[in-house]
Design a protein around this ligand. Sequence first.
Ligand SMILES: Cc1cc2nc3c(=O)[nH]c(=O)nc-3n(C[C@H](O)[C@H](O)[C@H](O)COP(=O)(O)OP(=O)(O)OC[C@H]3O[C@@H](n4cnc5c(N)ncnc54)[C@H](O)[C@@H]3O)c2cc1C
Length: 391
Amino acid sequence: MQHPIIIIGAGLAGWTSARELRKLDKTTPVLLITADSGDFYAKPSLSNAFVQKRGPTQLVTTPAASMATSQNVTLLAHTRVNAIDAAARMVHTSAGDFSYAKLVLATGAQPIRVPMAGDAAGEVLSVNALQDFSEFHARLTGVNRVAADRGIELRQRVVIMGAGLIGCEFANDLIASGFEVTVVDPSASPMAALLPAGLGEALREALANHGVAWHFGTTVQRVDHHAGPGSALQVQLANGEVLVADVVLSAIGLRADLSLAQAAGLVCERGIVVDVQLQTSAAHVYALGDGAQYANGRTLPYVMPIMHAGKALAATLAGQSTPVQFPLMPVAIKTPALPLVVAPAAPGMAGQWAQTEPGVWLFTDADHAVKGFALSGPQTSRRAELAKQVV
Ligand SMILES: Cc1cc2nc3c(=O)[nH]c(=O)nc-3n(C[C@H](O)[C@H](O)[C@H](O)COP(=O)(O)OP(=O)(O)OC[C@H]3O[C@@H](n4cnc5c(N)ncnc54)[C@H](O)[C@@H]3O)c2cc1C
């Protein structure tokens, strides 16, 4: 019997691998195992769904069964892989054991959780999957806050922990959808790790003009049930300030999910380490997506790298060993209050940001070579032109 190619994970990385493989190889059996429903959705739409009035059901673009049929894949949904035996080429799952010819780890990342005090610390939500979004959406839309004495509806209050890319996107989406939004972050400005300080300041101002309240230079220390009426939460900051919220959303970052790979003895650092062919340290085992650490030591938790990796991996799985090549991949940030496109330099690269004209920032190294750029507002349409300047 021919053992299948097993793909673990039905996110963008898992489904892209299956789809790209099927373009090259229509017959090799593929078994896709996933802990979630397997429904296909575009994860980036989680952080602009409210303004588009799309709930979790509307975000599913293709149901799991249709995906499985169209890709000629056997799907095991709601099934967790508990262990990998790379020597025996076998995975142990909640639905039994399966042998593989080749294995693809597309297991993604998990939200970072910081230990937090307070009797409502467990109610802090993170949104990194459709299921998380369902809960977040239900919490925000399920209860209307009514001023009892006046009988008028009040806006739901959301405190967002983290002013990174995802925190800012949610802040923009929620403020534009009629919620009260407060963002708390230890940095001095939004997206401090990604944007030049001046551009971060422009984003802070643009979102503040729409009503976002910022608390920089501090963190959330504890979350408790509020003593007053209703089900509100009391959010205590490290600087002593106290906020009241209906929902607290943690958006402080993601970390590759390494548990399975580490237990199987695969080399892992910040992600599952892969070479240019996307092979892990174990023969016949590959990885891509938010869970992988690519050959140059980078994790690339965005859509475009998955598209490139998925194509290269499919060719390798189909028998044509193919290295992945990542071009410059600018990221569009979904903050309509101030549209942004950023092409960051490689992490740790020495250099500096300078604004060259309104809305255009270049990151140059010691030799004045352009290594990255950031664009805002109308200048975002110039991303292809700027990309050509990066060497
Ligand atoms: C709110 C938000 C907005 C974003 N916006 C953008 C954007 O605008 N542009 C952009 O480029 N990127 C964006 N990103 C990033 C992008 O969406 C991700 O890089 C991408 O979706 C990751 O896909 P993945 O398949 O690697 O991981 P995931 O989508 O996390 O999939 C992992 C899969 O593995 C399964 N799994 C894990 N462990 C097991 C196990 N043991 N057994 C079985 N199954 C398992 C899970 O169930 C899941 O199906 C955004 C991310 C978020 C959270």
